[in-house]
Design a protein around this ligand. Structure first.
Ligand code: 4NP
Length: 158
């Protein structure tokens, strides 16, 4: 397996990355792939909080349960604990790479939708400032990214 521990990274760890984590956990299990997933935020403002209620609601409609999520901030040790660190947008990726201790570690960080699919949009838009439609769109985008992730992990293990 090219990655057995995947960390999804966004800014606040209350919208995009907890969603991606939850979608990935479910779809990876369905696919029979033994990959552990987690998420965090580059910022610490929401550490300890649950996911945004708007995100929880949109995810629930699609069958994903974010109710147990607790936000946490990215830490340097994440580069030792995870072998693939997937950033939601380029700002997140920049912050991730700043924290990498070596260039080898930095190479484990990538843009989620670029690594998994490479079709536009390559950046996962932040739904936080928008309306409910943005949160619904986030669920679709997370499903698409995770489908690409599974395909790539499968291809690599063939
Ligand atoms: P996320 O969304 O990075 O997808 O969790 C955000 C959550 C909170 C903030 C920004 C983005 N904030 O500025 O507090």
């Amino acid at each position: 397996m090219i990655a057995s521990r995947v960390l999804f990274v966004c800014l606040g760890n209350i919208c995009r990355s907890p969603l991606a984590e939850s979608v990935a956990r479910k779809r990876l299990a369905e696919a029979g792939l033994d990959v552990s997933v987690a998420s965090c935020g580059t910022g610490g403002w929401h550490a300890g909080e649950g996911a945004d209620p708007r995100m929880v609601a949109a995810a629930r409609v699609a069958g994903h349960d974010l109710s147990g999520h607790r936000a946490r901030q990215l830490r340097a040790r994440d580069f030792a604990d995870y072998d693939l660190l997937l950033a939601m947008d380029r700002d997140n990726l920049r912050e991730l790479r700043k924290l990498a201790a070596t260039s080898l570690q930095a190479e484990r960080a990538a843009l989620f939708l670029e690594w998994t699919d490479a079709a536009p949009p390559l950046e996962f838009p932040d739904p936080w400032y928008g309306d409910a439609a943005g949160f619904e769109a986030s669920v679709q985008l997370a499903e698409r990214g995770v489908a690409g992730l599974i395909e790539r992990l499968r291809d690599a293990s063939r």
